[in-house]
Design a protein. Structure first.
Ligand code: BMA
Length: 791
């Protein structure tokens, strides 16, 4: 018998620090100080304007959360205070008596408190010490460690990006960020359930029991009609129950088969644990120093996106919001999310949704872009958090890889850290010894990779594209995006290009004039010389923007083009290259960043580009050939049509070739000179068609193409749920896009970045509840194309 009672009501928040006079603020639990102060009207929204700058005192202050609750003695042996997540440096007091002091956001805690409970009214207080002060004190004790940012985020076990990142504000939080409650129980309880599942139907359920009494207990496990039972004699705490399901239906990554799952129920008396397990195997194929995920014996080409915490205040991330974001990932034909190391071990909802959708998860341990101290208290904290989370996630079919950290091996090797470190620790012991040992003990069922980028051996240069995983950042920082074409990588775990958020998102976040270099707009651009890099990145391709509206459209477009260029290149190299993980799917606030979906959940042009370039079937012109990329389950057969055209659409040369491309493979069809060599590169293009796919490839960059000024006819028709906008091209229209959010913030469009030849037409569907002005809808800055921008 046990009961669980959430303690989420009646909380108040007060500042402890003397120079901050805040008390008696109604607090939301789970939540954090920032969101409580915001709800109480005591601070401005940290996501608007440059309010962030005036709120740094929050992370430098100490805070008390306090509540009262009634408790009546019951017949249970035990009453435990269960804290599923405390952010971060907290002392817990029950009725004025110290229960514990903790300092790790990535752990949960259980404290036996029956002795401290009183009949009737009880008070619970959680006092948070300043995370900044804590981290600075550890840094002073242990000695400085280099990192990509000055903030001391590597000296506290808390999500690193909370201290500010090159896409995120510094909003250093404190709070009870996950549920808290009272668990009363008797006899024995399931302290941990760790199922290890394999593709042959085998389940090994490792159970640890916590006891209040010594009586023998029985643990059972059941899945798919198969049951096991183990009796634990007095004092015994560990059990392993082995079950075998004959011929199980397998769990597959999306695009490879169904996501069959089976309910596994583990019981101890009336207590139970339930998980929907999936039978599958995963291994890493390192043949030739490559990096190929193999699921159920089938190599998977990873079409991934990097995931960052979806909000700087993670308690606000509901299951609904995750479901929306995951829908945006699967909608863009993504099959893997990499949970990046500057963030969190995510919630049960996160992995549930991934399991359900067949979205693979690559999970970094939470270490990013810094040298981390291995001394106490961190050695013990890291081990404890790893043990807890590895056990918690052991049975998740979607989780296919544990990775030691983000860019710390590279930082140590290539960013000059060694000179500054002297003989101080930097985390090597975590990535090369501790974490693999924890996994070997608790979860040998999935591969471990010590960091990303990494080449497979500590002595090798970590960021060698020819080995293991690579991160390609020279493009964003220094080089034109065509530089992706010089790469022959095995697996690209990060690469990307920035673009601004949707116009409405920026408009809502910033007051005053919108200009690329307006101080408040720049506050929402965190990358070093970010706006200059945006302009440098488009200079070789697109007209130089003269107005804010042109800047907004062209930089968003260039982001989509840059990433498209990279993915087309890398996919054409499959299976030598076995995956791409775009930096980044999402944002945590309104900002110009590498994301495909902005901080208000709006899809940027990059999202539409990803959907096209991550589809099973892709046609791309690479090195004088058409790469026909077929990553689907069926052969792709048909007649490839190659047309060299004038800009008016007039055919200048035509070739055809019969092609048959086996499932999950790439064919290269050399381009005959008749279509590959233009008479005038500025006035011609190549059309490549196979089945329902058509791509138009230009012989010159847009700035050197003699585009005619855009002329089109449009028709706007009200339909169920919104409007259909049909655009018919009278001249070539390059990268047509519609931005209906400028007229209705809640609206969206179903497609964009479509190039039409004269005479062709396309119908966009706009989802909106409003009556939109048709004239505004079909003109700039809502309806755009490249050749309508005045050069
Ligand atoms: C990589 C990531 C992040 C960063 C991104 C863009 O270094 O791991 O740290 O946000 O590049 O600079």
């Amino acid at each position: 018998m046990s009961t669980y009672r959430p303690l989420h009501d009646g909380w108040t928040l007060a500042a402890v620090s003397k120079d901050v006079r805040i008390a008696g603020v109604a607090a939301t639990v789970p939540g954090c100080v920032h969101t409580d102060l915001l709800a109480a009207g005591l601070i401005e929204d940290p996501y608007l304007d440059d309010n962030e700058n005036r709120l740094t005192w929050i992370g430098r202050s100490d805070w008390d959360y306090e509540t009262a609750f009634t408790w009546n003695a019951d017949s249970h042996d035990r009453a435990d205070l269960l804290c599923e997540g405390l952010d971060t440096v907290a002392t817990i007091e029950l009725n004025g008596v110290a229960v514990a002091g903790v300092a790790n956001q990535h752990r949960s805690y259980r404290f036996a408190v029956r002795e401290l409970l009183r009949e009737g009214e009880n008070t619970l207080r959680v006092r948070f010490a300043s995370p900044h002060a804590y981290a600075e004190a550890r840094r002073a004790e242990l000695g400085h460690r280099p990192g990509a940012y000055e903030a001391p985020y590597q000296f506290i076990r808390k999500m690193a990006c909370n201290f500010g990142w090159d896409w995120g504000p510094a909003v250093v939080t404190s709070g009870i960020w996950r549920p808290i409650g009272l668990h009363s129980w008797s006899g024995a309880r399931l302290a941990s359930v760790r199922p290890l599942v394999s593709g042959d139907g085998h389940v090994e359920v490792h159970v640890t029991v916590e006891r209040a009494t010594d009586a023998p207990v029985t643990v059972t496990a059941a899945v798919a009609g198969v049951e096991r039972e183990v009796r634990l004699a007095a004092g015994e705490r560990e059990a392993v129950l082995e079950l075998r399901v004959e011929d199980p239906r397998l769990w597959w990554p999306r695009g490879y088969g169904a996501q069959d799952r089976y309910e596994l129920v583990v019981r101890l008396g009336e207590e139970s644990w339930t998980g929907r397990i999936g039978f599958r195997d995963v291994r890493l194929d390192r043949t030739g120093e490559g990096f190929t995920l193999v699921v159920n014996g089938v190599p998977v080409f990873v079409r991934g996106v990097n995931w960052i915490p979806d909000d700087c205040f993670p308690a606000r991330v509901t299951r609904e919001r995750l479901a929306e974001r995951f829908g945006q990932a699967t909608g863009a034909n993504v099959n893997l999310l990499r949970v990046w190391g500057g963030g969190l071990y995510e919630s049960e909802d996160f992995y549930d949704l991934a399991d359900e959708l067949g979205l693979l998860v690559w999970q970094d341990f939470p270490f990013a872009c810094a040298a981390y101290p291995e001394e106490e208290p961190f050695a013990s904290e890291v081990e404890a958090e790893a043990r807890e989370n590895v056990a918690r996630l052991s049975w998740r079919p979607s989780l296919v890889l544990w990775c030691g950290n983000n860019e710390n091996l590279e930082g140590h090797a290539d960013w000059g850290w060694q000179d500054r470190l002297g003989d101080r620790t930097w985390g090597a012991g975590f990535y090369h010894a501790l974490l693999p040992a924890v996994l070997a003990e608790l979860d040998p069922t999935r591969p471990y990779w010590p960091g990303s980028p990494y080449s497979g051996h500590p002595d090798l240069a970590p960021n060698d594209p020819a080995r293991g995983t690579t991160h390609i950042w020279d493009v964003w920082n220094r080089e034109d995006y065509t530089r992706y074409g010089d790469y022959r990588p095995r697996f690209v775990a990060e690469f990307g290009f920035q673009g601004p958020p949707a116009h409405t998102t920026l408009r809502d976040a910033v007051s005053g004039e919108l200009a690329a270099d307006a101080p408040l707009v720049l506050h929402h651009q965190k990358a070093h010389e970010g706006n200059a890099k945006l302009l440098r990145g488009l200079a070789e391709h697109l007209p130089r923007p003269e107005t804010f509206d042109d800047w907004h459209y062209l930089t968003q477009l260039n982001q989509a083009r840059a990433v498209t260029f990279g993915i087309e290149r890398f996919r054409s190299l499959a299976p030598y290259c076995a995956g791409t993980i775009v930096w980044q799917l999402n944002d945590c606030w309104p900002v110009t960043s590498w994301s495909a979906v902005d901080g208000d959940g709006r899809r940027k042009p990059l999202w539409y580009a990803l959907r096209r370039v991550y589809a099973d079937r892709l046609l791309t012109v690479q090195d004088g050939a058409v790469a026909v990329v077929n990553d689907g389950p069926q052969a792709w057969t048909g007649e490839l049509e190659l047309l060299r055209l004038g800009l008016g659409g007039e055919p200048l040369a035509k070739e055809t070739a019969a092609v048959e491309v086996a499932p999950r493979s790439v064919a290269r069809i050399p381009l005959p000179d008749s279509v590959a060599v233009p008479g005038d590169p500025s006035a011609e293009l190549l059309s490549v068609r196979l089945g329902d796919r058509r791509v138009l490839s230009f012989f010159a960059e847009d700035i050197r193409v003699a585009f005619p000024p855009a002329v089109h006819r449009t028709e706007v028709i009200p339909v169920a749920g919104g409007l259909d906008v049909t655009v018919t091209a009278e001249t070539l229209l390059r990268d047509l896009a519609l931005f209906p959010d400028r007229l209705d913030p809640a609206s969206s469009v179903d497609d964009m970045l479509i190039t039409l030849l004269p005479g062709e037409s396309v119908t966009f569907h706009i989802a909106t509840r409003r009556q939109l002005d048709p004239a505004a809808l079909i003109s700039s800055p809502v309806l755009r194309c490249v050749n309508e921008v005045r050069p």
